[in-house]
Design a protein around this ligand. Structure first.
Ligand code: TYM
Length: 332
């Protein structure tokens, strides 16, 4: 059976892109796989962060994941900094990865922007830590949104070079699982930009904590074009905003985008947006309510994470110890 690992950063509130591109698929995969889900607080400090809110953001994200349907009894939910094996393997992988490989990472280029000389070294080496997150559990399947694809390819490059350099087949190959019609949810304001926590405009994204009125208003104001909805998917070519809303509807309702266009063919966006707002509220409101309920008892959420970290460490510790042995460290 394939072991699954995936992660999400505790920077800001999770949004509809995180939910449809990743979390919703994680929930479904729990039925058929052994899963580990990680709130990646080590990744969160690669960019400026507020030390006063990191712990509460980590707890809030864990609560949101449980509210979405992650089952921390059957599977493993933990925060990355609590399992030291991640950084131990990350250091080895930083020494295996080549500068040229990391230089090609588009996410680094996007996040560093024009100010490359001033970003942290951690932001540059970030994908090596991500490779360690996966391989420290010998996980072989990684359900992620489309934007993480290049990082998973890099994890395989690191794995290949480690196995080659140390003459072993210790680390398994990893496969990204990019699932469903919303693997790349775009900004509500600009169909060429992905929905992101770091977008300056809150109108560009739907947060999992938004109330019904806010969700409806954001969808009403979402950018579209003057044409009605087509009856076939090809009618969405060259209409990125329309395509995005159709993809969101399909993913939320667990149907194909072709069914969505058939259902709304010939109707204007007024009607469609109001149906989409109702559907979004129906799916997200229970998650927001359950997150609030869980956070009323922060001690319980922390206990869940503590227990998850202990179970994660029990898997990861022997694997990182073997990697260290292969590298040749003295274990006095
Ligand atoms: P992060 O925190 O940016 O996002 C978490 C997950 O949400 C997906 N996602 C999206 N999917 C569709 N449309 C969008 N607009 C959108 N925005 C985000 C991401 O693809 C991701 O699956 N580097 C990772 C976290 C990470 C990780 C890992 C993931 C660290 N270690 C190991 C997998 C395995 C990140 O920053 O995700």
């Amino acid at each position: 059976m394939h072991r699954i690992l995936s992660g999400i950063q505790p920077t800001g509130v999770p949004h509809l892109g995180n939910y449809l591109g990743a979390i919703k698929n994680w929930v479904a995969l729990q039925a058929t796989h052994e899963c580990l889900f990680c709130v990646v607080d080590l990744h969160a400090i690669t960019q400026p962060h507020d030390p006063k809110t990191l712990a509460s953001s980590t707890r809030e994200l864990a609560a949101a994941l449980i509210a979405c349907g992650i089952d921390p009894q059957k599977h493993v939910l933990f925060n990355q900094s609590a399992v030291h094996a991640h950084v131990r393997l990350a250091w080895i992988f930083i020494c295996v990865a080549r500068m040229g490989w990391l230089n090609r990472m588009t996410q680094f280029k996007d996040k560093a922007g024009k100010d490359r000389e001033n970003v942290s070294v951690g932001l540059f080496t970030y994908p090596a830590l991500m490779a360690a997150d996966i391989l420290v559990y010998h996980a072989t399947r990684v359900p992620v949104g489309d934007d993480q694809k290049q990082h998973i390819e890099l994890a395989n490059d690191i794995r290949d070079k480690f196995n080659h350099d140390f003459e072993t087949d210790f680390f398994p190959a990893v496969e990204a699982q990019i699932i469903g019609p919303a693997a790349r949810v775009m900004s509500l304001r600009d169909g060429a930009k992905k929905m992101s926590k770091s977008d300056a405009s809150d109108q560009s994204r739907i947060n999992l904590t938004d109330d019904a009125e806010t969700i409806a208003a954001k969808i009403r104001r979402a950018k579209t074009d003057p044409e009605p909805l087509p009856s076939e998917l090809q009618g969405l070519d060259g209409r990125p905003e329309a395509r995005n809303l159709v993809g969101i509807y399909a993913a939320l309702d667990d149907i194909e985008p072709s069914q969505v266009v058939r259902q709304f063919a010939g109707q204007g966006f007024g009607n469609f947006k109001s149906a989409l707002a109702d559907l979004t509220v129906a799916k997200l409101a229970p998650i927001a309510a359950e997150t609030r309920r869980l956070l009323a008892d922060p001690g319980h959420v922390d206990a869940v994470l503590r227990e998850g970290a202990a179970r994660a460490a029990a898997i990861a510790d022997p694997i990182v110890a073997e990697a260290e042995r292969l590298v040749g460290f003295l274990k006095p």
